[in-house]
Design a protein around this ligand. Sequence first.
Ligand SMILES: [Zn+2]
Length: 201
Amino acid sequence: MITCPWCATSYAAFQPNCSNCGGPLPAEQPHAEAELDWPPPAPRPFLDSYAWRLAMAQGGTIAGGVLAILGGVFSFVGVLLTMGLITAIVGMPMFLIGAVLFIVGAILLRNGYNQALNTVNVLRFGEAVRGQVCDVQQNLMVRVNNRNPWVIDYQFRLNGVEYTGQVTTLQTLDAHWRVGADVCVLYLPADPRQNTLYPHP
Ligand SMILES: [Zn+2]
């Protein structure tokens, strides 16, 4: 069994690239506990569609999609009602409400996609550095597929500057994920605030 270190998809047999995210899969299963896994050098191949898949796994983006669809339907029905003179009194406000819903939804969708695109850029072009886990918490406020996501906070140091990052995952975490544990962090040299963990938990 091989698990993709970039998106945590599992495969029964080895293949060179993950079909979910497009990232390179390691030839062999990770090994010794104490050793950190380091990613292959940048640039790495990732599928453009992976950004959408990442975005649509976020609550805010899903809500944005629902709002945009609802807003679109509302506006459309509103326009139809406005064309009938008697129903225009209902149609006009309906169109306005629909338009507002659509705009809010579109903004949420765009923000979610841009954020996911940033993450994919970190995976593609990120440099690796050693960091430390500073907090591991289960988010009991959120439930997805009957599970509470884990939130991992980590920090790393570059040229004397301390940076922090956070990764959320629905995977079951093994004992490796404890406060103080060394982790490999991928960051964009142009903007280290854009960072993520490797392998993705
Ligand atoms: Zn993958």
